[in-house]
Design a binder for this molecule. Structure first.
Ligand code: FEO
Ligand code: CA
Ligand code: CA
Ligand code: CA
Length: 580
């Protein structure tokens, strides 16, 4: 396709139009294969998925979880072999209890809580591309599930023996793993986002602490009602259990016996993801706190990460956590969240660094961080080290980095660290693109055929293409009255960061979000995730349907089955580089 503006662009595919069909569409010359939908056994001889959702909790714990999200492909072998075989590691953000149980979620039982926990967490599956060109799950000793019930431990300033983590039972599990990260030493980071929603209580004497209120902890949570059947999730019965959530979790994809470790130096918040890079030998991790009005953080490791590892320490345990201040003149400053620095003193009620980390949001409030429109994924341009963050939507705040009040469509901000050094404490920023529809918002500079809303997933490939994945919410946004009627189903686009050119690469089935972004090293297979196809919606002018199959039955289209989150492997029919 001809590049616009005469520039020989990075984008070589014919864009696809918007879609409201119950289908997954890609450009001419591309082919797709659905792999590992919810319920797929993680080893080929594991328990089969029952389409009436009658699998037990124990079976679910040996199957791919629900609501696929952040993902990474770790190659096995070098060269061409590494693009034919690898460990695909992916998050399962949450569960739809209506779909997860044969009888829905009206009644909550201990077995149902156990199955819900087993459908959360992370799947580690070995996949290979066969002689016929298709991907399949291989039998693998490395395959495993990390669920909401897997033993975990803690490291960093809030150590495993910290009093705030004591409950009388060993720490278990990870929940609401949204986006992810990958370390230079080959581990996977799963991030805990909306963990507050799993907890609740019937105890009328319970009331939230200031920190709990800041994290949105409440008696009813998000309506899971696990606390009715499992005291672990009862805020009054097990008050410290919730302190075990809100962290970044490190998982070794090659060693199924390695216990997942929550790296507390990265702070406790609603971590969307954790994007790891390095400068001057030091590890740097960027993470957004996805809440309207919350902040962007970065962690800078102490000293060389290679030296730290050689000394037997985790590079993620020793360093400085910062929060971002975006000034209206286009400059920015990273503010340290270090006990004893600025307002974070003992005299002001901060006991120590562990206290600062357990109450990261309040610490960031105290130092004067800049309110953002829901920071989601963060990506680093491999060509010039610019950092990009999706601000998916929000109310808009009194600052230039949130230029619309309200901001139903979201935008992408980018910044350049001083000297292109990720360890720097100052930066310069600008808005990369305002999402939305120019028919409703004249400040949107997208051509009518390029409209999109609520950018969420974000990542660069090795050639410097910026991939943008969208999550327009069915419940709150996808209504004609909100100006989304031309945008259609959620989608993925590619941008050329030098020219600003953006083209739509794919559209998902009805009700879904497009998320998870992983390439094989040769960039000739792209894996993306379709999350929550069929999510109840009023976008089509109808009342919210009781049966999600009335919205979508992707990917099986089985009237007796149910819509399932799944990974889609995308290749070019000529075997070329994706997007080129
Ligand atoms: Fe789980 Fe912020 O998306
Ligand atoms: Ca997200
Ligand atoms: Ca989102
Ligand atoms: Ca989601």
């Amino acid at each position: 396709a001809p590049a616009r503006g005469g520039h020989r662009g990075l984008l070589g595919f014919e864009p696809v139009p918007t879609s409201s069909e119950d289908a997954f569409t890609v450009p001419e010359g591309y082919e797709t294969q659905v792999i590992i939908p919810w319920g797929t056994p993680i080893r080929p001889h594991g328990p089969r998925w029952n389409k009436d959702a009658s699998n037990s909790a124990a079976e679910q714990a040996q199957q791919v979880g629900m609501n696929h999200d952040g993902m990474h492909f770790f190659p096995l072998g070098h060269g061409r072999e590494g693009s034919r075989r690898g460990m695909l590691v992916l998050n399962h953000e949450y569960v739809d209890q209506q779909l997860l149980f044969p009888d829905g979620d009206a009644e909550m039982t201990a077995e149902k809580v156990a199955k819900a926990l087993a459908a959360h967490g992370v799947s580690v599956v070995e996949i290979e591309r066969g002689r016929d060109g298709t991907w399949r799950v291989a039998d693998s000793r490395r395959a495993r599930r990390v669920t909401g019930a897997t033993p975990v431990t803690f490291s960093g300033p809030v150590g495993a023996d910290h009093p705030a983590l004591r409950t009388g039972s060993r720490p278990l599990g990870t929940l609401n793993n949204c986006s992810n990260g990958v370390t230079p030493w080959g581990t996977y980071l799963a991030c805990e986002e909306n963990w507050n929603g799993y907890f609740g209580t019937e105890d009328a004497s319970w009331s939230p602490t200031a920190a709990q209120a800041r994290y949105g902890v409440s008696t009813s949570g998000f309506g899971y009602r696990w606390h009715l059947a499992d005291p672990r999730f009862d805020l009054a019965a097990t008050p410290n259990e919730i302190n075990r959530f809100g962290w970044v979790v490190e998982i070794d994809p090659m060693n199924p016996g390695a216990i997942p470790v929550k790296r507390t130096a990265l702070g406790r918040l609603k971590h969307e993801g954790c994007t790891v890079t390095e400068s001057r030998g030091r590890v740097v991790a960027y993470t957004g706190d996805d809440q309207d009005g919350d902040y962007i953080y970065k962690f800078v490791g102490t000293g060389s990460w290679r030296v730290q590892r050689a000394l037997g320490r985790s590079p993620l345990d020793h360093g400085t956590l910062y929060v971002a201040r975006f000034d209206d003149d286009g400059s920015g400053t990273w503010l340290p969240l270090t006990h004893g620095t600025g307002p974070l003193t003992t005299a002001n009620g901060w006991a120590d660094q562990a206290d600062v980390l357990l109450r990261t949001r309040e610490a960031a409030d105290a130092v004067g961080a800049t309110k953002m429109d829901r920071p989601e994924w963060i990506a680093v341009n491999p060509r010039n080290r610019d950092v990009y963050c999706t601000l998916t939507n929000g109310s808009g705040w009194d600052n230039a980095v949130t230029p619309r009040q309200p901001n139903p469509y979201g935008h992408i901000v980018r910044w350049r660290e001083r000297g292109r050094d990720h360890t720097a404490t100052t930066f310069e920023w600008e808005i990369f693109v305002l999402a939305g529809d120019p028919a409703h918002d004249p400040s949107v500079e997208l051509a009518p055929e390029d409209v999109f809303g609520s950018p969420d997933g974000l990542g660069f490939d090795d050639d410097g293409r910026l991939w943008i994945l969208t999550d327009v919410s069915n419940s709150t946004q996808n209504l004609a009255s909100r100006g989304h009627e031309n945008i259609g189903n959620n989608q993925m686009l590619a941008a050329d960061p030098r020219t600003g050119e953006i083209r739509r690469f794919l559209t998902g089935p009805r009700g879904c979000e497009i998320t998870g972004l992983a390439f094989t090293p040769d960039q000739r297979t792209l894996f993306v995730n379709v999350q929550h196809p069929g999510e109840a919606t009023r976008a089509w002018g109808e009342p919210t349907p009781a049966d999600p199959r009335a919205v979508s039955n992707w990917p099986d289209f089985d009237p007796e089955g149910r819509p399932r989150s799944a990974t889609v492997a995308i290749r070019r029919t000529d075997g070329g580089v994706i997007g080129a």
